[in-house]
Design a protein around this ligand. Structure first.
Ligand code: FES
Length: 128
């Protein structure tokens, strides 16, 4: 992807984020913040069995964390929680074509890590 197309894609998500908001009475919810800057992301998820049927995010913070949280919600929609637990930061960097400095990479991964937290907590409760 060329640099200008990459930047335009991020700008589009900043202007018009997909899956922005909150699901009422979600099956799963998670919150995470980046301690270095204080940015926060909330994720709410509606499940159909183990499949993510609907997912929304809300964020307080930088444009990068918002844009990539939005992209991450799009990416995981329709996947199972099991699939998400197996996904790594590296998978997301590859899937979303992220090319940022290490500090900004943490911003970009905040949304995905919050989704993973929701999936991990569900599995922990399931095992109890
Ligand atoms: Fe901290 Fe973006 S500046 S998550």
């Amino acid at each position: 992807m060329s640099d200008s197309i990459y930047k335009q894609k991020i700008l589009d998500y900043i202007d018009d984020p997909i899956n922005s908001g909150q699901i009422k009475k979600p099956d799963l919810r998670a919150h995470k913040s980046n301690p270095l800057c204080g940015d926060e992301v909330d994720i709410t998820i509606r499940l159909d069995g183990d499949v993510i049927k609907d997912i929304k995010f809300s964020s307080k913070g930088c444009a990068i964390s918002k844009a990539y949280a939005s992209m991450a919600t799009e990416l995981v929609q329709g996947k199972t929680l099991k699939d998400i637990r197996k996904m790594t930061d590296e998978d997301i960097v590859k899937e979303l074509n992220i090319c940022l400095t290490p500090a900004r990479l943490k911003c970009a991964l905040l949304g995905f890590r919050t989704i993973k937290k929701a999936a991990d907590e569900k599995s922990r409760h399931h095992e109890e």
